[in-house]
Write a protein that binds this ligand. Structure first.
Ligand code: ADP
Length: 391
């Protein structure tokens, strides 16, 4: 989708030698979370020291495992929960004393039920009726909103006469009909089956580019986050570990947690033996030396993990370069072949290979694994083995 904010708006916050845009703050944000803390029970912190800015028109996704605090942050923005610490600004103004109904934010939740006794058009009209919009204007705006979601012909139906996907479309129309400053969505597609979910993802993206409204979207589904967002904020235990565009998050994770949460990745543990020119050399327990980008300014002697995606590993029959191993499984996927390779001291690793018959390797073949050192990342921890993609 087209971004309706210039890329240069992003200001570097946590600078690094890689020049990665780690910006949690941006110029002219519409929403600013400043040092947000939240506890429900006065003992454990559900959110801690959380900072994030959202640009006008941006689609930002809060991504993380269940219980990491995404919904709590959304509730604080909506005004349904209060932060224990810090403040939220909308257009530069603190929201603390602004009640939820005055925040001009549309909300779509997984279980945010439509009013069952009201027709589709009455449901969509409801926010306008509450705001005292004149009746003729309500009719026009409801029709516009229903046209946008291709549901005009269903305007007289009751919610029970609609499918799950159609109901979520109506919930979307109800959220956009009063032209809110920000639309908040919490797992809005969580209850839908896979195909419908993918269709609705496209629909939401289309609406976003059409309307140019700012969207803050919550999901635990990494592929949904990658395909829909301008930027993703990865949550773990009430903190944001990394903020970046989908490609930054996927290609340049800054921690093992982020690397493993998004997509599949091979983790190879070892000890740092040299660091030079942004490249870190790691020695695995069997003495093999491997290189990857030095993301965390490692020092010689540190135990670290080299993380490399299966599609970035080059597999060769025989060879004495890089890691050596033996093919233990070959799975044909049509557009690629997946190889599982058992290595001596780094566990089972996964490689995405070409389907070209002449290059095809088989079970039991001895192979070597190499990669472009800039496509591997030396991160925290010292675990080895493959981390699978999560749902
Ligand atoms: P997520 O959206 O990432 O799944 P939540 O924000 O829903 O995470 O929850 C974060 C943590 O806060 C969880 O441990 C959850 O049990 C707790 N929590 C959420 N809402 C409440 C509440 N109303 N009262 C007490 N604890 C809550």
């Amino acid at each position: 989708m087209t971004q309706n904010f210039p890329a240069h708006q992003f200001r570097q916050q946590n600078s690094s030698f890689e020049g990665i845009d780690m910006a949690a703050t941006i110029s002219e944000p519409i929403v600013q979370f400043r040092n947000i803390g939240k506890t429900y029970d006065g003992k454990s912190n559900v959110l801690e020291g959380l900072n994030l800015d959202v640009a006008r028109g941006e689609f930002v996704t809060l991504l993380g495992a269940s219980g990491s605090g995404k919904t709590t942050l959304l509730m604080i923005l909506a005004g349904f929960e209060a932060a224990t610490e810090g403040e939220v600004l909308l257009n530069g103004r603190p929201l603390a004393r602004v009640p939820a109904y005055k925040r001009n934010m549309g909300v779509v939740f997984q279980n945010y039920a439509l009013f069952p006794h009201m027709s589709v058009s009455k449901n969509v009209a409801y926010p306008l009726v509450r705001r005292g919009v004149p009746r003729a204007e309500i009719r026009t705006r409801v029709d516009e909103a229903l046209d946008m979601i291709h549901m005009r012909e269903f305007s007289d139906r009751l919610p029970a006469q609609l499918s799950g996907g159609q109901q979520q479309r109506v919930a979307l129309a109800r959220a956009i009909v009063y032209r809110p400053d920000v639309i908040l969505m919490d797992e809005p597609l969580g209850a839908l089956d896979k195909n419908l979910r993918e269709t609705m993802q496209m629909e939401i993206k289309r609406l976003h580019s059409q309307l140019g409204t700012t969207v803050v979207y919550v999901t635990h589904d990494q592929s949904e986050a990658l395909t829909m967002s301008d930027r993703i904020a990865v949550f773990e235990k009430g903190q944001i570990l990394q903020v970046g565009s989908p490609s930054e998050i996927y290609e340049r994770p800054r921690s093992s947690y982020v690397a493993n949460f998004i997509g599949e990745i091979n983790n190879i543990g070892g000890e740092v033996v040299a660091v030079e020119g942004g490249i870190c050399r790691l020695r695995t327990p069997d003495g093999t030396e491997l290189c990857g980008a030095d993301v965390l300014s490692a020092r010689v002697g540190d135990q670290m993990t080299l993380a490399v995606r299966p599609e970035n590993v080059c597999l060769r029959a025989g060879g004495d370069e890089g890691l050596r191993g033996e093919v233990t499984n070959v799975i044909y996927h049509g557009d690629h072949v997946r190889y599982e390779v058992r290595t001596r001291s780094s566990g089972h690793l996964l490689v995405r290979g070409s389907t070209d018959e002449s290059l095809r390797l088989g079970h039991g073949d001895r192979v070597s694994l190499t990669w472009d050192e800039n496509k591997a990342r030396v991160l925290d921890g010292a675990a080895s083995g493959l981390a699978g993609a999560r749902e």
